[in-house]
Ligand binder design. Sequence first.
Ligand SMILES: C[S@@+](CC[C@H](N)C(=O)[O-])C[C@H]1O[C@@H](n2cnc3c(N)ncnc32)[C@H](O)[C@@H]1O
Length: 330
Amino acid sequence: MSAMAREKPSKVRTKLDGLPSLPQRLAQTRALLNAVREVPRELTRASKDVREFSRELKRVYAELRRIELRFDGVLRHLYFDAQQLPPPADLTWQRFKVYSQNGEDGLTLALLKRIGLGAGRFVDIGCGPMGGNARFFAEEFGWSGLFVDAREQVKRLEAQLRPGQVTALATWVTRDNVDSLVRDHGFEGEIDLLSIDLDGNDYWVWEALTACSPRIAIVEYNSFFGPDRAVTVPYSESFDRHERDRRYYGASLAALVALAGQKGYRLVAVEPAGVNAFFLRDDVAPEVPGFRADQLYRSQVKHHLEMAQRGFDPFEAFTPENGLPLVDVA
Ligand SMILES: C[S@@+](CC[C@H](N)C(=O)[O-])C[C@H]1O[C@@H](n2cnc3c(N)ncnc32)[C@H](O)[C@@H]1O
């Protein structure tokens, strides 16, 4: 073999020389593996960020909605005098939201303007961490009262108001303990405002509550049940809306109106978002007229869409066979 032939590297040799050495390749593979191992951690970090972002969006949305409903209230007040409207629009025209879910704060205030402020005592059952329908009156008028909710965060309400002004209980309410809760905390007899919003046993808890006599009662109804039928979910001490079907909870407006009649109350307004119904004790401001459920019924928009567009029929879906019985209380 000539010297020239010996010096010329073979094609295979040239290719091999161009490749990384074994240690280099091992190092590259390790780096790649490390990068791959990072992927799930990165994904977890990214999904946390997305969750945090969506919570932030919800907070911003809630804040914007609050501003919108206050602004709407101001506009209504500026452009038309509520007193010129027939009942119940003379009340609902005055709705606005500060702490309540929709326009309940303004609507309650409109009723108080008619019936007088009273002694300033309330009981709010299922008030949620924000203090529900009574918070505005505790905050603005210094009302004293009892906030009750299963959630621990409710206790913060005590610190957010004047020391000793309110009692906030993180307690599970049943029809058997509701009277003693009210009595034991000094709210028996006449109070100015009762709110019940449990997304479950609302009918039964209101029925059982006799320890106090509210001038105004605000009770949430389930608009899926429509304007006519007087139905409620059966009493179950541990009822949890999220256990079976989130649409299966509470009572129809007609059921609450029937119960109100038995308890000596009349339906005077429904907040237009279709969530809360307003009742006055019969001896209070008799000039404020009472209505039937079908006259004031409003549906929550999302309930209406589910029924109208997706064909959801609560009375087909909620049957004993499906494990979702209803009780007729007419
Ligand atoms: C729709 S949220 C209330 C919202 C609140 N009222 C507002 O206007 O913002 C229903 C509340 O009822 C509470 N709740 C449900 N069942 C309960 C029970 N049996 N005893 C106490 N609280 C209950 C839940 O913890 C929840 O905060």
